[in-house]
Design a protein around this ligand. Structure first.
Ligand code: MN3
Length: 234
C-alpha cells in the first residue's frame, strides 16, 4: 500500500512539475491566416505568369496577413472582430488596420475572382442584362472598367459593385481601400475587383498597366461574379 501511494505521489508530482516546467507557454493563434490559392500558381498562364502569382500570393498577401495580425494583437479592442467588421469600420481604425485588413480582404477576393482562361465563361443572363442596361454593352463596360484602372494614380483597385441603389457601378479605390469601407467614395457590394498595384503586373507587363487590364478579362471567373451579383440583388 505504501509503495502504491508513493508511486501515485511520485507520478502526480512529476505531472505537476511537467505542467509547470515542460509544457510550452500558451501562444495565441494568429487571428488571420493566408488562404491557399484556389488553383495552382501557373493556372492563369499566359495571362498572369507563375512568378507574379507566387510572389503576389506568398509574399505580398502573406505580408498583409502578418501585419494585420500584429496590429490586431496590439489593440485589445480589435480582438475577436471579423475581417468584414474591420474592413467596414476601416475609417475609424488605425491606418495599419485599414491598410492590412483591406489588403487581406482584397487579395482573398481577387484570387477568387479569377480562374484559368479555359474556364472564364460568361456572365449570367441576369448580370449580362444589368451590364447592357447600365453600360450599353459588354465592350463599353470593359472599356469603362479599364479606364478606372488606368486612371487610378499610384496604387489601388478598380471595382464593379452593386451600389446602394441596387445599380451596377464602376469605381476605383486608392491603396488597399475597397467599396465595403466606410471611407469609400462609392460604397457597394463588390462583384469584380482588379489589383492595379505594380506588383500585380510589373514582371510581365512592366509599365504597361493598360495591357494588363485588357488581358485580365481572359481570367475573370464569370460564374463567381454572377453568383455575387445574384446575392447582392437578392
Ligand atoms: Mn496586390
Amino acid at each position: 500500500m505504501i509503495r502504491r501511494h508513493l508511486a501515485v505521489f511520485v507520478a502526480s508530482t512529476f505531472a505537476v512539475a511537467g505542467a509547470l516546467l515542460g509544457a510550452p507557454a500558451a501562444v495565441a493563434e494568429p487571428a488571420f491566416t493566408l488562404p491557399p490559392l484556389p488553383y495552382a500558381p501557373s493556372a492563369l498562364e499566359p495571362v498572369i505568369d507563375t512568378a507574379t502569382m507566387t510572389i503576389h500570393h506568398d509574399k505580398h498577401h502573406q505580408a498583409y496577413v502578418d501585419a494585420l495580425n500584429t496590429a490586431v494583437a496590439a489593440d485589445p479592442a480589435l480582438q475577436g472582430m471579423s475581417l468584414e467588421q474591420l474592413v467596414t469600420a476601416a475609417g475609424t481604425l488605425p491606418a495599419a488596420v485599414r491598410n492590412n485588413a483591406g489588403g487581406h480582404w482584397n487579395h482573398t477576393f481577387f484570387w477568387n475572382t479569377m480562374t484559368p482562361p479555359t474556364q472564364s465563361g460568361a456572365p449570367s443572363p441576369e448580370l449580362q442584362a444589368a451590364i447592357d442596361q447600365q453600360f450599353g454593352s459588354m465592350e463599353a463596360f470593359r472599356s469603362a472598367f479599364n479606364d478606372a484602372g488606368t486612371k487610378r494614380f499610384g496604387s489601388g483597385w478598380a471595382w464593379l459593385v452593386v451600389d446602394q441603389d441596387g445599380q451596377l457601378a464602376i469605381t476605383s479605390t486608392p491603396n488597399q481601400d475597397n467599396p465595403l469601407m466606410d471611407v469609400a467614395e462609392v460604397k457597394g457590394a463588390p462583384l469584380l475587383g482588379n489589383d492595379v498595384w505594380e506588383h500585380a503586373y510589373y514582371l510581365k507587363h512592366q509599365n504597361r498597366r493598360g495591357e494588363y487590364l485588357t488581358d485580365w478579362w481572359q481570367v475573370v471567373n464569370w460564374s463567381t461574379v454572377s453568383d455575387r451579383y445574384a446575392t447582392a440583388v437578392a
